[in-house]
Design a binder for this molecule. Structure first.
Ligand SMILES: [Zn+2]
Length: 388
């Protein structure tokens, strides 16, 4: 084998042994200056010795000195951890970093009604409570887990939502601002049923899809309903679905037929009845299931003139608008000026400003939202409730 460079003072085997010893003593693989001092040779000679070792190591035929060079590497690898024995290097599985147990949750709180940032809101993240800054912002490190986040301030309806924290995340939330026209008493009547039941605290019932309607064109005895009443009812419903839902939904389909149709999710069946159903001292003009899908609206068209208006259909269009309000999730409110107020012979179908404003807020909250403004921890199924 040709030898590169000048002939060294040591044989290659001796140089290798010396290099091993130098590596052990220094605790790392020496450079040519360090090896020169250890071997007591010139730097140039040390460099040649090291170069020859490297050549041997890369020579596939030189098994003997290849083992020596491997030994040098093994010592070098073990040197930093105090290894003594010149055994072959073994593979080492690096230890896993400790699993994180906390994450940073950051976000902004804005008003649902108005969109403005909400400053000085107390944000409780389970383990941590902090205040939003002037821009409505907050940020905190919290333990992993699913926690109920609560928002409280004198300026808002107390709010809570469930949030899962297992990674750094942005959590932008809204709350109902008590400014800007919001009336908590009215909202609770409309959404929680506190007008009819003073202790009412119904979960929010509302539609989550564009509703479709099937209108039966004859009553339960097979008598046809006149075309004017059918047309007026359809027109009222088409016009008022967007109003009742804050513009979220329109009529997906409106079909008519003589057959009794089975209930179907996404559909509200409209029936005409010639029965008179007493309701205290008065008579029922109609009834509906509140916010149910499948839904039902019954119109009692021969009950009493009380349910009709001059020039309108057999059941006044305000009754249709009222029952539609029930079908889309709303309860009775005080005040004859409201469609959801008790029928007083008012013939207009226009929603009041209060009804429009608060119905739109309800349609920004998930089904099952609870008093005062707590979102459910999971999707829940609600039993239908019938109201007239
Ligand atoms: Zn009613």
């Amino acid at each position: 084998m040709a030898r590169a460079g000048r002939k060294p003072k040591y044989t290659d085997e001796a140089a290798a042994a010396l290099f091993v010893a130098a590596t052990r003593k220094l605790g790392h693989v020496p450079n040519s200056h360090e090896f020169a001092r250890y071997a007591e040779v010139s730097t140039a000679t040390a460099w040649v010795m090291m170069k020859n070792l490297k050549l041997r190591r890369t020579c596939p035929a030189c098994h003997g000195t290849g083992w020596i060079a491997g030994l040098v590497l093994a010592i070098a690898l073990n040197a930093s951890c105090g290894g003594e024995s010149p055994t072959a290097p073994t593979s080492v599985t690096p230890p896993l970093p400790p699993a994180p147990t906390t994450a940073t949750v950051s976000g902004h709180i804005t008003a649902l009604n108005g969109g403005q940032p909400l400053a000085n809101v107390s944000v409780n993240l389970g383990a941590v409570t902090l205040q939003t800054d002037a821009a409505g912002g907050f940020s905190s490190t919290v333990p992993f887990g699913t926690t109920r986040v609560t928002l409280e301030a004198a300026s808002i309806v107390p709010r809570s939502v469930m949030a899962a924290v297992n990674v750094n995340r942005t959590l932008n939330l809204d709350a109902i601002s008590l400014s800007g026209g919001f009336n908590l008493n009215f909202y609770r009547q409309l959404v929680r049923n506190t007008f009819d039941v003073s202790a009412g605290s119904e979960p929010l019932r509302r539609w989550t899809q564009h509703p479709s309607f099937y209108m039966k064109i004859s009553d339960e005895d097979g008598a046809d309903i006149d075309a004017k009443s059918l047309d007026a009812t359809e027109q009222t419903i088409r016009r008022m679905v967007p109003e009742w839902t804050g513009g979220h939904f329109t009529v997906a389909a409106f079909e008519r037929g003589t057959a009794v149709r089975e209930s179907r999710v996404g559909w509200i069946n409209i029936n005409w009845s010639n029965r008179s159903i007493a309701l205290g001292a008065s008579f029922r003009c109609g009834d509906a299931f509140v916010g149910a899908s499948p839904g039902t609206m019954n119109l009692y068209y021969k009950t009493t003139a009380f349910c009709r208006c001059p020039g309108q259909s057999e059941v006044g269009e305000r009754v249709v608008a009222h029952e539609l309000g029930h079908a889309l999730g709303f309860w009775h409110v005080a005040g004859f000026e409201n469609v959801m107020g008790q029928n007083s012979g008012v013939c207009s179908t226009a929603l009041s400003a209060l009804e429009k404003y608060h119905a739109a807020i309800a349609y920004r909250r998930p089904v099952g939202n609870l008093e005062p403004d707590a979102d459910p921890s999971s999707a829940i199924a609600l039993a239908p409730m019938r109201v007239q």
